[in-house]
Ligand binder design. Structure first.
Ligand code: B4P
Length: 181
């Protein structure tokens, strides 16, 4: 099964991605986690990404596309994968289509976690990661609305989109995702 988890920052992609990984026994691939790992290891890529992440901007398409390219070439992805936080822009979605077409592994489903902005702001302020200040959260929500939300139409047109209400208990939301798959 090849799944994309879409949704605003803090909508629970990482939380639900972890559960899906355990349930479906396929890897969860989070561009946010990969980028934070690169920042922590102080790699060249991490140095380039850090300022954008802390300001709530998206990291350059070419960086994340190359990261996904390398990750999907690993042998553990042949039975499927959960993409968490990628794609986030139209160029990323187009690059993913090309890549998956080449390896003849089309996406099965795109799940969008739907959460109101007020709930997102309170969740992220409570989480308190380094990019979870109020100003950065507001910037991330603005970037989401401009660059990522249009992907809903892109995947709706392909007949792959499922919209799942993302408010409630983590277990309840997980059950909704499984039902949507
Ligand atoms: P990400 O790491 O993708 O992080 P996120 O959007 O903030 O979080 P997510 O939706 O996974 O929420 P989570 O489950 O953690 O992105 C961080 C940054 O990396 C971006 O701003 C960008 O700069 C960069 N980046 C990543 N991918 C990129 C790409 N493709 N292109 C360019 N740049 C990219 O949940 C959040 C909180 O809510 C947690 O504390 C959790 O415990 C809580 N929570 C979860 N479910 C809940 C529930 N049901 N009820 C209450 N709380 C809940």
């Amino acid at each position: 099964m090849r799944i994309v988890l879409l949704g605003a920052p803090g909508s629970g992609k990482g939380t639900q991605g972890q559960r899906l990984m355990q349930h479906l026994r396929i890897p969860q691939i989070s561009t946010g986690d990969l980028l934070r790992e690169a920042v922590a290891r102080e790699t060249e890529l991490g140095r380039r990404a850090q300022a954008d992440m802390h300001a709530g901007r998206l990291v350059a398409d070419e960086i994340v596309i190359e990261m996904i390219h390398q990750r999907l070439a690993q042998p553990d992805t042949t039975a499927g994968f959960i993409l968490d936080g990628f794609p986030r822009t139209r160029p990323q979605a187009a690059a993913l289509d090309v890549l998956l077409e080449k390896i003849r592994q089309p996406l099965d489903k795109v799940v969008n976690l739907d959460v109101p902005d007020a709930e997102i702001i309170s969740r992220l302020l409570a989480r308190g990661r380094v990019d979870d200040t109020e100003a950065t959260i507001r910037k991330r929500l603005e970037v989401y609305a401009q660059q990522t939300r249009p992907l809903l139409d892109y995947y709706r047109a392909e007949g792959k989109l499922a919209i799942v209400p993302g408010v409630g208990l983590v277990n309840e939301i997980f059950d909704r995702i499984i039902a949507a798959l």
